[in-house]
Design a protein. Structure first.
Length: 217
């Protein structure tokens, strides 16, 4: 079946937010809990809704989880604009794929307004046709619902879409949605963690991904 559209994860796939997320996590757990954790522990939930990630550090205490989320967002939003950038080749690649006729959208665990704002200030938004954020769909990744919603916004069946992501949750959600699911190996998770889900393909850079898509046309 021909591929007609591409849906992307945001953080770790299009936009490099590794340092921003890590610093925000460190600030949050230090400020609220007075504790520090290894980097891999702080980042292991990236790709799932933030509230769910922080509830883990609160041991299920919803009031404490809400305070963690408040402190995280306060810090994150204050430094956000100066701390993010597109990965190499993303803007040109999005342009090339748009010119080739592919529909393009983002499906992210980030809130809609913040994800769109980041895509706007980095220059990526002009090439995208839709965005599904954490507040647009009740069930986030690893459930497939948000990816299915993105495909619906594009007017294209999931089976005719690629989903490109850098987390195990992306792999699970994309495969469950019926997309041709591709692992972005330049993101926050290791190749082994992604390849364990047997994605259709894996790429080491966004430029490589674009070349692979265009070669398959």
């Amino acid at each position: 079946m021909a591929i007609r559209a591409i849906l992307y994860d945001n953080d770790g796939t299009l936009v490099d937010t590794h340092d921003l997320i890590l610093s925000s996590m460190k600030h949050t757990v230090s400020t609220v809990l007075g504790r520090m954790y290894p980097d891999e522990v702080l980042l292991r939930g990236v790709g799932t809704p933030l509230d769910s990630q922080l509830l883990e550090f609160a041991d299920g205490d919803e009031q404490l989880g809400a305070e963690l989320a408040r402190v995280y967002r306060e810090h994150n939003h204050a430094v956000h604009d100066g701390a993010i950038q597109l990965f190499p080749g993303v803007e040109q690649g999005l342009r090339d794929l748009k010119e080739a006729g592919f529909g393009q959208g983002v499906v992210t665990a980030k809130r809609h307004w913040l994800a769109q704002h980041g895509l706007e200030i980095t220059g990526a938004w002009q090439y995208l046709d839709c965005l599904v954020g954490a507040d647009d769909c009740p069930k986030g990744k690893p459930e497939p619902d948000s990816i299915i919603a993105g495909a619906k916004l594009l007017g294209i069946p999931p089976e005719e879409c690629i989903y490109l992501g850098d987390s195990p949750y992306d792999m699970q959600a994309g495969i469950a949605a019926g997309c041709t699911t591709v692992a972005a190996l330049w993101g926050m998770f290791s190749a082994d963690e992604l390849l364990a889900f047997s994605p259709a393909h894996a790429c080491g850079s966004f430029e490589e991904f674009v070349q692979w898509v265009l070669a398959a046309m």
